[in-house]
Design a protein around this ligand. Structure first.
Ligand SMILES: Nc1nc2c(ncn2[C@@H]2O[C@H](COP(=O)(O)OP(=O)(O)O)[C@@H](O)[C@H]2O)c(=O)[nH]1
Ligand SMILES: [Mg+2]
Length: 479
């Protein structure tokens, strides 16, 4: 079988992971096995893969208000002056930053991100296009990729963003922000201590606070008040923090992680020694925790990928396949009834006409009895072909009526496209007998394979537990 572009890309992904985290390259292998099973039944196409539906590198997104110091923070974290900084809106693009092997940082157009499933923006232009027509082609104007050799970047992806509240947001910007929030493992929401009042951060509050509070993954958001060094000159610096927290609370955010930081490279001198020390201590503490959260992602990522694998396998076995079988059963019974009716009527009509026409002598059909054997055989063959033709038409018609029902069924939610696709594949499998509980491409052997795969994913989770839950790795060996 020829390898598709997707298979080629997955091979690259596997290769990368072998270097970085061998346990996860095993997961890629399992994803490929799952793909093979799902493809045979028709749930995914030949150039689709469950492995491309997740991001393989933990993603840290830096979002927040314009000019809060996002890019400065990132540069400091990377130890490289990668992103431009300044009070003007220089960087009006989302920048995806990943580890690269070259001495000089490299910059690639957004198209590179759009086309490569290793990156979390794979096929983003399609989504953007679907949301607002014409925008998808402009992916280069709102996305870019930068690679640089920073040790702190190994095994993760970071995203810098243009920031809200600068000017009016195009719908694609909002869409990408939502996309980033969805795929990120950690979202650092930056605020500017120079402007802690709600009016100055309206869009940020709306999109990055209000809409994220009720998410199931809301603990991935860290709210950071940056540039607190600027408050040192105020009589009461604490009042700035209080004002910020009031604004957050007014947006509905009462629980969450709040941090106060500033960037060493941009700090304004703080005269009052006591204030300076206090601020520095607080900053070091908070920055330390933010850094720990970022490092923790490597562990969480391993669990997430395995969890996703396990979920995809189980969802296929426990939800998708039973649903497809059910649909196929409906098809089968419709097919049965139409056949009974059509052929029953045909036979009935034939008998009625021939009997009333005196074409029978006992069990001998007179029009045929006069012909020689070859002709009789030919007529028999003709009838058989006609029956087969009518049968296959009926089978298809019954199938299409079930297909239409699936297409209309909104209760299927996000599974619908995949189910419809699989049912179409089943429709095309003309040599597969329509029997209750059966599917083309789903044999006892395949079933066993999927069960085994699920067993393997369970073992992977256990292996991760062994790796990560040993308290500081010093637990003495028992026995
Ligand atoms: N005093 C002070 N200035 C900062 C701090 N962080 C960033 N800046 C300055 O604020 C401006 C905007 O920073 P930038 O990183 O470009 O903000 P972005 O728009 O959020 O990426 C730049 O001039 C930075 O030098 C900080 O912690 N303290
Ligand atoms: Mg910036």
């Amino acid at each position: 079988m020829a390898t598709t572009a997707t298979e080629e890309r997955i091979k690259r992904l596997k290769h990368h992971l072998e270097l970085e985290n061998p346990a996860l390259s095993q997961a890629v292998q399992y994803f490929q096995e799952l793909d093979a099973i799902a493809r045979r039944i028709g749930f995914i196409s030949h150039d689709d893969s469950y492995a491309t539906q997740i991001s393989w590198w933990p993603v840290v997104a830096v979002l927040g208000t314009f000019s809060a110091g996002k890019s400065t923070f990132l540069n400091e974290y990377l130890g490289i002056d990668l992103q431009r900084t300044g009070n003007q809106a220089i960087d009006d693009k989302f920048t995806v930053i990943c580890y690269g092997d070259t001495d000089q940082p490299r910059q690639l157009p957004g198209l590179a991100l759009d086309a490569d499933p290793r990156f979390p923006f794979y096929q983003i232009s399609e989504q953007v296009e679907a949301a607002s027509k014409g925008e998808g082609k402009r992916v280069d104007s709102f996305l870019q990729l930068k690679t640089c050799r920073a040790e702190s970047l190994r095994g993760k992806i970071m995203i810098d963003s243009p920031g809200f509240d600068a000017d009016e947001q195009r719908s694609s910007t909002l869409l990408i922000t939502d996309h980033i929030i969805g795929l990120s493992d950690l979202v650092l929401v930056f605020f500017d201590a120079r402007h802690p009042e709600p009016g100055a951060m309206m869009d940020t509050l709306k999109h990055l606070v209000v809409e994220t509070i009720d998410r199931s993954d809301s603990d991935k958001f860290l709210y950071i008040l940056n540039q607190i060094d600027n408050t040192a000159r105020e009589d009461n610096p604490e009042e700035v923090v209080a004002a910020w927290q009031r604004a957050l609370a007014q947006s509905g955010l009462t629980a969450g992680r709040f941090y106060r930081t500033y960037s060493e490279s941009a700090v304004v001198p703080i005269e009052d020694e006591q204030k300076r020390l206090r601020m520095q201590a607080k900053r070091d503490e908070d920055l330390g925790e933010i850094r720990r959260r970022i490092e923790q992602l490597n562990i969480e990522r391993a669990y997430r990928v395995t969890g996703m694998l396990e979920h995809s396998c189980k969802h296929l076995r426990d939800v998708m396949i039973p649903r497809l079988i059910e649909a196929r059963n409906v098809w089968m019974s419709r097919n049965l009834w139409t056949n009974v009716i059509v052929f029953g009527l045909a036979i009935g009509l034939f008998l009625y006409v021939t009997i009333t026409g005196d074409a029978w002598d006992g069990f001998t059909f007179l029009p045929l009895a006069g012909l020689d054997t070859t002709l009789q055989l030919l007529v028999g063959l003709g009838v058989a072909v006609l029956v087969l033709f009518v049968y296959s038409r009926l089978r298809r018609l019954a199938g299409q009526s079930v297909l239409r029902r699936l297409q209309r069924d909104d209760s299927l939610g996000s599974d619908k496209a995949s189910l419809v696709r699989a049912f179409e594949t089943q429709l095309g499998a003309v040599f597969s007998p329509l029997l209750p509980g059966k599917l083309a491409g789903w044999s006892a052997r395949v079933q066993k394979k999927l069960d085994k795969l699920i067993g393997e994913t369970d073992r992977m989770v256990q292996a991760l537990n062994d790796q990560y839950t040993q308290p500081s790795g010093v637990e003495p060996k028992k026995r």
